[in-house]
Design a protein around this ligand. Structure first.
Ligand code: MIC
Ligand code: SF4
Length: 645
């Protein structure tokens, strides 16, 4: 039978279940990656499993998110991560080495392998022909312990590329066009598989940009074939031996096909406040711009940065623009230094930012009040930049660089008089692994260093017979994990659940934690009611752990996004959806609600909720796998793992 590339890799890694759309399956995980903001919890959880060493082929711990060290917390986290990596057989990528996804692509990604990462943009590895999936830290800890990763056998959407991009139109415009077609909701348990003649015209970093932002559509992952361009990329990194050619079989059957002619594409933007709000840049030409930031795991490759440097060469940025550039890795910055591009950037007025997530996660560079910010990153959720009133637009590096020069939205295809910089990927990159710390063969003598910021991961209690409490908050559609568990200035509390929990839903309702605590003190349960696509965005399991800590027992929503739904189950919060969406209107904040016999009810088709305040009943669905039902009953995966020992 002719197979898709996704089917080939999934079937060669299949551990449980059968590969039939919609079926729960378990796959073996070859490689794992963690980053610091989710990593501390992942390693604490791994430690609690009592294993001496990680069991999977390759585990890498990156420090790229919390690199702004205001106060002792982040530095303490880095020390913990470095020491636990050495103790447990994990490669440690030091702060300054770069953004996890960019560095993993350069140094470790291997076509045909599976990669699980505690970050939603792990699918970047699809650019090398990997099945690379983002998950919560606990799922990654289980994979490091050698356990399978559970997912729903996905629907495979073929994105058939034809033609070739015109000069000034780039990979970011491709993925923005895909987001224009698929939006940011309704794509749960799908995979985007790229095929067609157009694939050959894209280099690995461009493919990686496209796979990276598939995360915004909510798909499980995205994947490109592995071909001669893949070989060239690996060879340029002294890793040609990692190359295997991989593609779908002729006649492979897809669930759906979307044809995209690259030659007709025009520069695109995602306007505030969602990566799914897509427009042509031409529609915004002339709009004043206050800030331009180039970087993030989506667009920080050497080719992206060099293109920007060449556009800016010999020119100076507009006086009204604050302009920052964050190369994605130490390799990229070394290359830019060597070929003179760094000098061009500095001369143009660019503020050279650390090779880290930085501005993308709202860690710094917050725009001014009501300001317009153009960014090459992947998320423009309201407030994520650190400024609630800011208007963040996502654009390609080309659009960003030209707009930095003119001070207004500038269409790269318009009449700006700048020559297109044809950038060719180098045949050899500067390969320097000196910022990795490789673990000793035997880490048993390594002391694991825990500062006061590092607490034990809190455990939940087993599910009680019935749930009885209040709708503690009611929110609308497309609530992101940035709404639930803000990052930016609060990021440094990631390893300290009691403190971080004080900020749950801070951007929406700062009194939510207080209400939860009061209900908990009265012996009452807390419930979250939400609209469609609840929990979009990041993989941060804190969006489940902290509500769990506050006594939230269930989320009742129109729909819930994949990674968040898994995180809820992992921590014993029941994900429930309305059977009839209209019933969303029948629940309001402060309503007193009861779910009787919940332990029995979640095993069946329907869970009946009683709204005592309004004297009515609402049927709900608990659409989880058998494994997850067990987790919910036991109060989370950690409790199950403890039982197994
Ligand atoms: C993000 O882009 O939102 C993050 C920060 O990288 C998150 C992970 C986190 O919250 O630590 C993600 O995408 O998973
Ligand atoms: Fe870092 Fe931003 Fe990429 Fe998340 S999206 S990994 S914060 S650069």
């Amino acid at each position: 039978m002719a197979l898709t590339l996704t089917e080939k890799i999934l079937s060669s890694h299949l551990k449980t279940g059968t590969l039939k759309r919609g079926n729960p399956i378990g796959i073996s995980i070859d490689q794992t990656l963690t980053q610091d903001a989710t990593g501390t919890m992942a390693y604490l959880q791994f430690e609690s499993m009592g294993l001496d060493r990680v069991q999977n082929e390759l585990a890498v711990s990156y420090v790229d998110h919390n690199t702004i060290q205001v106060g002792f917390e982040n530095a303490d986290d880095h020390r913990y991560l470095q020491s636990v990596a050495a103790a447990k057989g994990v490669i440690f990528s030091r702060p300054g080495n770069g953004i996890c996804h960019q560095v993993h692509l350069e140094r470790f990604g291997v076509p045909g392998k599976t990669l699980l990462g505690s970050d939603s943009h792990t699918p970047t590895g699809g650019g090398l022909g990997m099945i690379a999936i983002g998950a919560g830290g606990l799922d990654v800890a289980v994979a490091m312990a050698g356990g399978p990763f559970h997912l729903i056998s996905p629907k495979i959407i073929e994105i058939r590329l034809t033609g070739k991009l015109r000069p000034w139109v780039s990979a970011k415009d491709v993925i923005l066009a895909v987001l224009g077609r698929y939006g940011v909701k309704g794509n749960v348990n799908c995979i985007f598989e790229y095929t067609g003649e157009g694939v050959k015209t894209l280099q690995v970093p461009e493919r990686a940009t496209i796979c990276n932002m598939g995360a915004e559509a909510g798909v499980t992952t995205s994947i490109f074939p592995s071909d001669e361009n893949t070989r060239a990329y690996l060879a340029a990194h002294d890793r040609e031996e990692a190359y295997t050619p991989l593609s779908a079989d002729e006649g492979a059957v897809y669930d759906e096909t979307f044809e995209l002619d690259l030659s007709t594409l025009v520069p695109k933007t995602a306007y505030p406040h969602s990566p799914g709000n897509i427009a042509d840049v031409s529609a915004l030409v002339g709009k004043k711009v206050d800030q331009v930031l180039i970087g993030s795991c989506t667009n920080s490759s050497y080719a992206d940065m060099k293109k920007v440097a060449d556009i800016l060469d010999g020119k100076h940025i507009a006086p009204n623009v604050s302009f920052g550039v964050a190369p994605g890795s130490r390799e990229v910055i070394l290359m830019l230094a060597e070929d003179g591009s760094l000098g061009k950037l500095v001369a143009s007025g660019a503020r050279i930012l650390e090779t880290a997530c930085g501005f993308c996660i709202g860690n710094h560079q917050s725009p001014g009040t009501n300001e317009v910010s153009l960014r090459t990153s992947n998320r423009n959720f309201e407030g994520r930049s650190g400024t609630k009133s800011a208007q963040v637009y996502l654009v390609s590096p080309e659009t960003a660089a030209l707009s930095a020069l003119t001070g207004v939205f500038t269409d790269p295809l318009g009449d700006h008089g700048i020559e297109y910089p044809h950038v060719v990927n180098p045949e050899k990159f500067i390969v320097d692994d000196s910022m990795f710390i490789f673990p000793p063969e035997d880490g048993s003598a390594v002391e694991i260093i825990r500062g006061p910021n590092i607490g034990d991961p809190p455990a939940n209690v087993p599910l009680s017979d019935s749930l009885d409490g209040y709708v503690t908050i009611k929110v609308g559609d497309k609530i992101t994990t940035d709404h639930i568990m803000p990052a930016g200035a609060r990021l440094k509390y990631r390893s300290n659940i009691p403190v971080y929990s004080k900020y749950v839903f801070e951007p929406i309702d700062e009194f939510f934690p207080q209400r939860c605590m009061e209900n908990q003190d009265r012996g009452k349960d807390n419930f979250i009611v939400a609209g469609a696509s609840y929990g979009q965005g990041s993989s941060r399991e804190h969006a489940a752990i902290c509500p769990m800590y506050l006594g939230v027992k269930a989320v009742i929503a129109i729909s819930i996004e994949r990674i968040h739904q898994n995180n809820l189950c992992n921590f014993g919060i029941i994900p429930l959806t309305f059977i009839d969406e209209a019933d969303y209107e029948k629940l309001d904040q402060n309503d007193e609600i009861v779910i009787e016999n919940i332990r029995r009810q979640i095993v069946g088709e329907t869970v009946m909720l009683k709204n005592r305040t309004k004297s009515l009943e609402i049927p709900l669905r608990c659409d989880v796998t058998g494994e997850q039902r067990k987790m919910l009953i036991k109060g989370g995966l950690l409790n199950i793992l403890k039982e197994i020992g």
